[in-house]
Ligand binder design. Structure first.
Ligand SMILES: Nc1ncnc2c1ncn2[C@@H]1O[C@H](COP(=O)(O)OP(=O)(O)O)[C@@H](O)[C@H]1O
Ligand SMILES: [Mg+2]
Length: 340
């Protein structure tokens, strides 16, 4: 099966190597911690931060969790009318980095900012659909039908997400067949872009949850998008494969979608109490500079709990630190997007 030639060339940009060996956590930490033990904000645990917390003057600006001074993120302007959507892909060929969690919770947080949001489940595993409470065996029509059948329209497939103001294009395992069948289509890389076109006038933001691969489905998502958000888990091997992802994005930009931008790199599953997480953030900032969001998403069991509940953390645990992180991310992305 061809993926349209999107392979890393020898010129793939390389990330700075991880030269230090992993530093063990300063105290024993269980992988999943309850929110109760995590407090806002997310400072580096340095003396200067302690002074800031106590409200005393400090030597310099407070550092955020990425090791850079934390800017004041402005409150987004309300939208006068809906439409002219920005389409954004959540992309990383690694699984388990927080693509689906970010799609659901950034979407729900953008709704809190008055935006109309469409989520596109573009992973045959259908985790986004399941995460919003849908049963994969009880879907009439899915993104697969929209891609492959000419008489199926966007409105036939869109379902409510359970969050007022946020809709969903659901998927299930059927979508895996599309990857094979699309190879024979004319303009196979532009298929998703074509079927999503009617959504642009109705929504303010369209978020596409990509599958963990760089195959033809992901190339379709990137071709349909104005921007890409790259979630990366704050662990040592997070940067592996990012050069290949960057090469794929560059090739799509060169050949298919000249306007494609990287909207940001998002550190997920961050644990501020470990030197390890903070070092990975430091590496990310070295490699990507200000493309890295100031907002990071901490590791908390609330995310898996809310998936089981079939709703975003912003409603399942509205007052939790995890919900607040995604609200902050929504403000940060809106500040980066020109017209959203
Ligand atoms: N910040 C987080 N803290 C703890 N668990 C998380 C966090 N983000 C996601 N998870 C959990 O990790 C798993 C993988 O996340 P998911 O969003 O499905 O990743 P992906 O879509 O990249 O495969 C899920 O079980 C999810 O509930
Ligand atoms: Mg996923």
């Amino acid at each position: 099966m061809s993926d349209g030639g999107f392979h890393a060339g020898s010129g793939a940009p390389e990330m700075p190597p991880l030269v230090r060996t992993p530093t063990p956590p300063t105290r024993p930490v269980t992988p999943l911690e309850d929110d109760a033990r995590v407090t806002e904000p997310l400072p580096f645990e340095r003396p200067v931060q302690a002074a800031t917390k106590a409200g005393r003057p400090t030597d310099g600006p407070a550092l955020g969790p990425t090791g850079r001074p934390m800017p004041v993120i402005p409150d987004p302007k309300p939208v006068a009318e809906h439409g002219n959507a920005r389409v954004v892909s959540m992309c990383n060929q690694k699984g388990g980095v927080g693509k689906t969690t970010t799609t659901i919770n950034l979407g729900a947080s953008l709704v809190e900012q008055g935006r109309r949001v469409l989520l596109v489940d573009f992973d045959p595993q259908g985790s986004l659909s399941v995460g919003l409470g849908l049963n994969p065996h009880e879907m009439d029509l899915t993104v697969y039908n929209l891609l492959m059948e000419r008489d199926v329209t966007l409105h036939d497939v869109v379902v409510p997400s359970g969050v007022p103001g946020m809709d969903l294009l659901p998927s299930n395992i059927d979508l895996s067949a599309a990857e094979v069948q699309l190879v024979h289509e004319v303009a196979r890389e532009q298929t998703l872009q074509r079927v999503l076109a009617p959504a642009l006038a109705e929504y303010d933001v369209v978020l596409i949850d990509c599958q963990p691969s760089l195959g033809l489905l992901t190339v379709n998502a990137l071709t349909a998008s104005h921007g890409v958000i790259i979630p990366l888990e704050c662990e040592y091997f997070a940067l592996r494969g990012v050069a290949l992802l960057k090469t794929t994005i560059d090739k799509v930009r060169e050949r298919l979608n000249p306007g494609l931008e990287i909207d940001g790199v998002l550190g997920t599953m961050f644990d501020g109490r470990t030197l390890h997480s903070r070092e990975v953030m430091e590496r990310l900032v070295q490699a990507w500079g200000d493309t890295v969001f100031h907002t990071v998403i901490r590791r908390t069991v609330k995310f898996s709990d809310s998936t089981v509940a079939g709703e975003p953390i912003t409603s399942y645990a509205s007052g939790s630190a995890g919900a607040d992180s995604y609200r902050q991310l929504a403000k940060e992305v809106l500040a980066r997007w020109p017209d959203a």
